[in-house]
Ligand binder design. Structure first.
Ligand SMILES: Cc1cc2nc3c(=O)[nH]c(=O)nc-3n(C[C@H](O)[C@H](O)[C@H](O)COP(=O)(O)OP(=O)(O)OC[C@H]3O[C@@H](n4cnc5c(N)ncnc54)[C@H](O)[C@@H]3O)c2cc1C
Length: 390
């Protein structure tokens, strides 16, 4: 029987490719009629690139995206702390981030999957119910029932699989939503020493500048009382961009997205023969680029374990390590770091502002501290911690 995967996002497709590579029959059930092309995450961290390289996908991301060797923290007054991933070049084959739209990875992984005779990707197949016994799991997908040996729920933040299993998603949702606007305007030409990934602290309205191949993506928090219509209007986006850099004439806006931001982790990642991975298992704010990356790390961890059980006869008990390794990372590591990132950028307390800026300046100027910091923000440290957990 196949391993079933609900959801053809980056997590479901990465897991499917790892399983297919190991010779495991796999069926991916995707609710949409084709791969969605919406703008969501765009940061690929060094260890994620190391993993995706095994699928030949890191090279494709580098070709389609932009290599970002540095990250900066700044403020409007000119303070700047910069970190260069080159300092961890002995720990990763990819000492940089790659900035590329996540749907492009999905296209690469889906095309690769189609080369395996034992892999299937079925569109317009929304999973709506899950039943299981000791030997198998059966999902309802549209009008049919599909039976498999195991199921991975990689069906995103509103996971039907998670709902069908009755697993609660503990945590909270921030009152403000985040707006992302893309523009071809070249901020690097006007903001001195700007690198491709820059977080700007500001007590009135922080922002985050990130360059993908052809455009800059600018992220802002919005105020809870602002309506969708207001936030997404040309005038309001223009005013926000003019605060980033005041220029003559209007900004050309190519895309705009507004979304709710959560800090939530599922109470368990497994029930019987069903596992949760990626956004179905954990959600966090995007400051630090850890959500999709953490999900891809889940996918590799789980798919490698499933392949070892199915193909190498490893004991089924091995699968219990997935939750023990990955859930604490989402709770103690990704959640903690992304919440701290948001607080540091938005704080209005002058003492807190000074403390954080001093700490970042000291960290950036001390090679040992900078290296430790880079291991943390690149997520290499989280993977080591997970590997050490039995
Ligand atoms: C609007 C938005 C903007 C975002 N922007 C950023 C950002 O700027 N930076 C950042 O780091 N992260 C961002 N994220 C988060 C990031 O996109 C996710 O962490 C990442 O997509 C997780 O991948 P996934 O495969 O777990 O889930 P998804 O990418 O959500 O994939 C789930 C897939 O499952 C399918 N599906 C859903 N329900 C079912 C079902 N019942 N049956 C079958 N298939 C189903 C969906 O169609 C989808 O293809 C954003 C998320 C959203 C929603």
């Amino acid at each position: 029987m196949d391993v079933l995967i609900a959801g053809a996002g980056p997590v479901g497709l990465a897991a499917a490719n790892v399983l297919a590579d190991a010779g495991v029959a796999v069926t991916v059930l995707e609710s949409e009629p084709r791969l969605p092309e919406n703008l969501r995450a765009s940061t690929f961290q060094p260890p994620t690139l190391d993993m995706l390289a095994k699928l030949g996908a890191a090279r494709r991301l580098i070709e389609m995206g932009r290599v970002a060797p540095k990250v900066q923290y700044r403020d409007r007054a000119g303070w700047l702390a910069e970190f260069d991933f080159g300092a961890i070049a002995d720990q990763t084959a990819h000492p940089f981030r790659v900035q590329c739209e996540q749907y492009k990875l999905n296209q690469v992984l889906a095309a690769r999957l189609m080369h395996f005779p034992h892999a299937r990707l079925e569109y317009s197949s929304e999973v709506t119910a899950v039943e299981q016994d000791e030997r198998s799991v059966t999902v309802t997908a549209g009008a049919r029932k599909v039976k498999g040996a195991w199921l991975i729920g990689a069906d995103g933040g509103r996971s039907r699989v998670r709902e069908a299993l009755g697993i609660a998603l503990g945590g909270f949702t921030w009152p403000e939503r985040f707006l992302v606007a893309s523009t071809p305007f070249d901020f690097a030409a006007v903001l001195p020493n700007l690198c491709d990934v820059s977080y700007f602290a500001d007590p009135v309205e922080w922002f985050f500048l990130l360059r993908v191949r052809d455009v800059w993506r600018v992220m802002f928090p919005t105020r809870p009382e602002e309506s969708d219509e207001e936030v997404l209007s040309d005038e309001v986006i223009e005013a926000r961009l003019q605060r980033v850099f005041k220029k003559a004439g209007r900004y050309r806006i190519e895309h705009r997205t507004l979304y709710s931001v959560h800090q939530r982790v599922a109470e368990t990642y497994r029930k019987g023969r069903v596992f949760l991975a990626g956004d179905a298992a954990h959600l966090n704010n995007p400051l630090g680029g850890m959500g999709m990356n953490g999900g891809i790390h889940d996918a590799f961890n789980l798919a490698e374990k499933l392949a070892a059980v199915i193909k190498e006869g490893k004991p089924v008990a091995e699968l219990a390590r997935y939750e023990r390794q990955r859930r604490p990372i989402a709770l103690e590591y990704v959640n903690t770091i992304t919440i701290a990132n948001k607080r540091n950028l938005e704080t209005r307390d002058p003492q807190e502002q000074r403390r954080w800026r001093d700490e970042m300046t000291r960290t950036a100027s001390d090679s040992r501290l900078a290296r430790e910091y880079l291991l943390k923000i690149s997520m290499l440290a989280s993977l080591r911690k997970a590997a050490a957990a039995e």
